[in-house]
Ligand binder design. Sequence first.
Ligand code: SF4
Ligand code: SF4
Length: 394
Amino acid sequence: MAVAADRGAYPQAVVDEFKRLAEECSICYQCGTCTSSCPSGRELYRGPRRLVRLILAGEIEAVLKSDDLWRCTECGTCTEVCRMDIDVASVLSRLRKLEREHGGAISCPERTAADVAAVRLRKQPRIDNMRFGVAMMAKGHFPKDKVGAAETGMKIAKQMLPLGRKRPAGVAGPAPEGTVTLPFYAGCALPQDHELHRLVHEVAAGFGVRLDETADAGCCGHPSRGTVDTQFSSAERVYTACPACDASLAETGVEAVPLWDALTERAGRSSTIDLRAATRSFVPYVGCLADRDAALAALGDAAEQAGVTMEVDYPTLHNGCCGALGGMYRGATKASARLLELAAEKHAPVVTTCVLCRDNLHSAARELKIDVPVHFWPEYFRAAEHAPEERTDD
Ligand code: SF4
Ligand code: SF4
């Protein structure tokens, strides 16, 4: 590793770790595939390729003071695509740890969000959006989408009123014959929107699925960016509503499956359930943490079953950053702007498999004044009883 002028400013432990990282990256030939494949690549100031180059150059300060470390969403794509098999995502994760232990100069919203989440999760099992927002504002980070923040605040306040919509405990009454029960992990965000939470249970029931939800299940840990371990464990496969939860639970060995994929697959196998969609076409969005190709394939399957068109453009558009790098809506991104423009051109809504991405794309549409509806999967797809084929032989 080259020796940078700032070497003296850091403890030996930091210099040694940098030497190890440089050793691991020494075969990098700067092809740039990592950055071009990164869902947040167009939003990052340097991106993974240039960060690797700075590591090789021994530029400790430049690396440890780069916001990119925290704007990276840990999706792992850079590692998957690196032709030299460098585990770039892990290099960035170790740099975040190093920055946390020896840096501290970074004050970007994502870094602060990770700290706020870590502090909260050491005290509480889950992230409370309202308290999280207040804590971020106390640190000088105000919501970019003030209308959206006000709407969320109003909704949560209404839910707290005596007559407010109570958190669903699942679908009431005995389960109809043939119903299957699936263990469901709702994560932190969904249960804070009682209406949407109830909808997920009701839509699943339409597919003959009863969701067995662990009430008050703890946070998957993702918001703390690896500082606080997941507060949820399960020996059995669980069905989820958020790609971030999938990624974090998978890291702890929990088999997590997107609920929508399971419902789509169930409708596909069933002779009594049809899958219906709210419009004749839609533009898919699966979020940067999802297994993009698998998530797009499941949405494509749902579209085919429902007899509607899934409008797609280049693949990374459908998982490019939605504007919340690492936890806080930061504004419309190049990817979200292009995605919303595509939906406007096609006169079609955006359908997403992640509730947080839905909210961020809502905010981006408001910010860009693009009149496009953004739906969460259960707001767009429904199960319907199979209509027997019309008899034509009379
Ligand atoms: S993909 Fe791998 S080899 Fe190419 S620039 Fe990125 S880290 Fe280097
Ligand atoms: S882990 Fe994902 S977001 Fe982070 S640099 Fe790699 S590709 Fe980009």
